[in-house]
Structures are given as structure tokens and as C-alpha cells.
Design a protein around this ligand. Structure first.
Ligand code: F6P
Length: 365
């Protein structure tokens, strides 16, 4: 149990943004003000604002009318790790642990607990702050749906909806031009978006990191479709997909990011290779950050509201340093220390993989 009743909290959004963040900020702030009469502060731009002392009060009005708005009213950053932060030292830039400065920035305002809304990078730092004695509540966000311990993250449903709409649109032009259209979706090292959007959009081939593909098998599959009179094919590929024994396509590396690798570009590689192997006309489209934008779907608004409310209720009960999760159809929570450094990937025997195979989808193997 918490030793004394908490009166002041802060909230931050870290890592890549996603639709539904504002729903959580709103739920945290309104629950804190309405039910518990707390003072709420907002940290700007994730851990960057905590390090640079950019923390301001959040009022009821600040969080009104934001439920349907994408992005985050607080701003976010995915390159600021308080435990290894670049600082100028003479002529050199060295990485320093500035976590004590962050804690001081909260303490000097009397802030007693921090709600961290973020993905696995944000949760790693959150777990490290909890170890140092800061009271933390974690809320899992990401379009990638790859956070260990929760069946679902908010942002995922919106990203899948956006990607599915794109796959639907690509269908008509693929059909008119008798083409192979390759649609690349995000997801980092997990194939959740590709699996779900690919299935929802009726893709002929779905390629995910968890099932390394064989190029020959993909070429044979689209050739066979063509021979059967199906003169177009749709391939949905996760940015992290890779050939058997091969590597992922890296777009760039970003210094000081908890995970410096940015994937991207596999669809263009595949379009070239499949075009050469089959003689068919191939085109690639990378949906990129479009998947992170727009208004959250009702499912993400509801999940975000549930998560934000639940985080506050747990905090006020003294059940702290935990991540709120959605597990087996209900709200639950897991210790932050247990999830840090792990990711949740698609199992080869996931029921949706089996269902997709049953309706004739190839996974390129
Ligand atoms: O984690 C969310 C995500 O959109 C991934 O799907 C993608 O790999 C990455 O972030 C892109 O990061 P950035 O916004 O730094 O390009």
C-alpha cells in the first residue's frame, strides 16, 4: 500500500505517437481531477521534457475535446533516454545518466507519481525510474501491438483500419493493370499489423518477420494465380519481414534512440525481385507514418479511456510500478520490471495465421 495519499501526479507520452494517446491523457486527467481531486501536470515531449524541465499544469479544460484527436497534446520524443542522454562535455558529446535531474524536476513541484504512456523503450526507462524509487504507472501504447504482457495496445486498431483501407484501394488499381501490388506496413519486429490488415484486406500473400519467406515460393504463388486467370495479386509485407537466412531492410539508424534501427523499404526490394522473377508488372507502396495518424477508432478510444482510468485507480490503491494491460478479455496489470526488454511477436501457430492459410493466403513458405 502507498504510505500516504498521493496529491500531485504528472503524465507523459513517450516514443512514437499513435492514435488514442489523447484519450488516455484525458482519462488520466479527468479521473484524477473528478474522482481523486488531484493536481495534474503534463510533461512536454516525453522524457525530453522531463530532462529539460518542461512540465506544466494540466487543467480540466486542457483535456476537453481531445478524445477524437490523433497524436498527443503533450508531444512525444523517441530519442531521449534519461539513463543515457547526450550532453556536451568540453568539445565532446558524452552520454550521461540524467535520471536524478528528472526526479528532482518532479520533486521540486511536489509531484509524487508519474504516469508513463509509451511503448517498450518508454517502459524500460519507466522500470528503471521505479527501481530508483519514483512511483510509476505504465500505460501501453503502440500501433505495433508488440508490448509483452498485454493482448492489445491502443493505436493498433486504428493503424490496422488505415492499412486495411489502403489495401482495399490498391485492389482496384492492381486489378485494372493486372499488377502485383506490394503494400508495406509498419510494426518493427512484429507482424501484427501485416497479419491483421493483410487478412482484413484479403491479401493473397502476407509476409511477417516471424515467418521468414522464400522468394521462390512467392513468385510461384503469384505466377500460379496469374495462370488461373487471377491477373493481379496483393502482397502485404511487414517492414520487419525478411527472407529465410537473410536480413531485414534497414532504412536508417538514429543515434540516441532506445532502438536506433528504423526499418523500411522491403516492399521496393520485393517489387524488383518478383518483377524480375515472374515478368509481371509490380509496384510497391510504403504506408509509413500515415498508419500513426488520424482520429482513433472507437475501439482505441474505449481502450485508451479504460487504460487511463484503470491506471489512476491502481495508483490511488497503491498498486504501483505496474503496467495496465488488457488480458483475456479484461483489464489487468503486470509489474513493470517483468515486461522491460521483452516484445510480443506473432506465434507461428497464432489462430489468425491458421485462418488466413485456410482461406488460401500464402505466407511465402
Ligand atoms: O513503434 C511505432 C513505429 O511506427 C514502428 O512501427 C516504426 O518502425 C517506427 O515507429 C518508426 O519510427 P520513427 O517515427 O522514428 O520513424
Amino acid at each position: 500500500m502507498a504510505k500516504q495519499r498521493i496529491k500531485k501526479i504528472a503524465v507523459l507520452t513517450g516514443g512514437g505517437d499513435c492514435p488514442g494517446l489523447n484519450a488516455v491523457i484525458r482519462a488520466v486527467t479527468k479521473t484524477a481531477i473528478n474522482r481523486h481531486k488531484l493536481d495534474v501536470w503534463g510533461v512536454e515531449d516525453g522524457y525530453e521534457g522531463l530532462i529539460e524541465d518542461r512540465i506544466h499544469p494540466l487543467s480540466y479544460n486542457d483535456v476537453s475535446n481531445i478524445l477524437t484527436v490523433g497524436g498527443t497534446i503533450l508531444g512525444s520524443s523517441n530519442t531521449s533516454n534519461p539513463f543515457s542522454y547526450p550532453v556536451q562535455s568540453g568539445k565532446r558529446v558524452v552520454n550521461k545518466d540524467v535520471s536524478d535531474d528528472c526526479i528532482q524536476n518532479l520533486e521540486k513541484r511536489g509531484i509524487e507519481a508519474l504516469v508513463c504512456i509509451g511503448g517498450d523503450g518508454t517502459m524500460c526507462s519507466a522500470a528503471a525510474f521505479a527501481k530508483k524509487g519514483l512511483t510509476i504507472m505504465g500505460v501501453p501504447k503502440t500501433i505495433d501491438n508488440d508490448i509483452w504482457g498485454t493482448d492489445i495496445t491502443f493505436g493498433f486498431n486504428t493503424a490496422v483500419t488505415t492499412a486495411t483501407e489502403a489495401i482495399d484501394k490498391v485492389h482496384t488499381t492492381a486489378s485494372s493493370h493486372h499488377r502485383v501490388m506490394i503494400v508495406e506496413v509498419m510494426g518493427r519486429y512484429a507482424g501484427w499489423i501485416a497479419l491483421h490488415a493483410g487478412t482484413a484486406g484479403g491479401s493473397d500473400v502476407i509476409l511477417i518477420p516471424e515467418i521468414p519467406y522464400e522468394l521462390d515460393k512467392i513468385a510461384d504463388f503469384v505466377r500460379a494465380r496469374s495462370k488461373k486467370g487471377k491477373r493481379f495479386s496483393i502482397i502485404t509485407v511487414a517492414e520487419g519481414a525478411k527472407p529465410k537466412g537473410g536480413k531485414q531492410v534497414i532504412f536508417k539508424k538514429i543515434k540516441n534512440s532506445p532502438d536506433p534501427v528504423r526499418l523500411g523499404g522491403i516492399s521496393f526490394v520485393l517489387a524488383e525481385q518478383i518483377g524480375q522473377m515472374t515478368g509481371l508488372s509490380c509496384r510497391a507502396v510504403n504506408l509509413g507514418h500515415v498508419q500513426r495518424g488520424g482520429s482513433p477508432t472507437p475501439i482505441d478510444r474505449v481502450l485508451g479511456t479504460n487504460f487511463g482510468y484503470h491506471a489512476l485507480e491502481l495508483l490511488m490503491k497503491g498498486r504501483v510500478n505496474r503496467l495496465v494491460v488488457w488480458k483475456d478479455g479484461k483489464l489487468d496489470d503486470v509489474p513493470l520490471s517483468r515486461i522491460a526488454g521483452k516484445i510480443k511477436t506473432v506465434r507461428k501457430n497464432d489462430p489468425l495465421v491458421a485462418a488466413a492459410k485456410a482461406v488460401g493466403t500464402s505466407f511465402g513458405v
